[in-house]
Design a protein around this ligand. Sequence first.
Ligand code: HSE
Length: 312
Amino acid sequence: MRDSAVAFAPATVANVGIGFDILGHTVQALGDRVTARRTDKPGVRITAITGVVTRLPLDAQRNTAGKAVMSLWEAQGGQGGVELQIEKGIPLSSGLGGSAASAVAAVVAANALLPNPADKMTLLKCAMHGEQVASGSVHVDNISPSLFGGLVLTVGVDNPRIKQVPVPGGVRCVLVHPHLELETRAARGVLSANVTLSDFVWQTANLAGFISGCYSGDLDLIRDSFEDVVIERQRQTLIPGFPEVRTAAMAHGALGCSISGAGPTVFAWCEAPRAEAIRGAMVAAFSAHGLDADSWVTMIEPPGARIEDGTA
Ligand code: HSE
């Protein structure tokens, strides 16, 4: 049995525009790292939080990683306790799945300490308990891709089914993170509980077209389907300059552009040769609204979370 393990879990783009709460994909450029150590003393303790975010609760009950490992330890009957060190690589309230990545990295690291490790579906459910602490709601569209990797569709909540959807070769994701924070709780709070019938039909068609386009490698179908007609219009006022950033991405040939998760990061899918021009145009559009931004171009592919120390 191991005494310690280090795990990395990638950042994620939740919703991917048209799959609110059910679709997400990995962003390999960024992630959170958690070191788990077995202790004789029972209970889960967080001993350090370092990296780009440090103002998070050390109380395990109130911390996504801590809560997720408490849930795992209880589910698997773990003996003794666990200490966690969290290294944040994902900015706070950025729309890049930071709370999910911490929860996923924590359960993957802690799982490596168990004599009878849990399967991935158990890890998913334990990470969901952690994510709930941060966002106040149960959604899996950050956790599933962070754990499984690539573009992931999650069907169901209590007994979720996971489907890794193929992404056509040569497609890239451009991410632009303006320097402001947007809490998921607040961004969910602006959403109406009702959808008109015509929007329901439109959104359903777009999701079906997008997924079909991914399976068949049909970039035209992906482009034509890549439009969120329900969520984006309600949230866009929370992100200064969003319409201009989206217009800039589309004008430079993006397949689609929308809000990453709850925002404020904006993402665009595109063919690889267009990625740098799209990135520059999106950053410039935020800059015109007085916002500095970080940006990345990433492939959309597995792996998901993994043990990093080479011994597991
Ligand atoms: N699907 C969630 C939302 C993701 O958009 O509220 C939050 O990270």
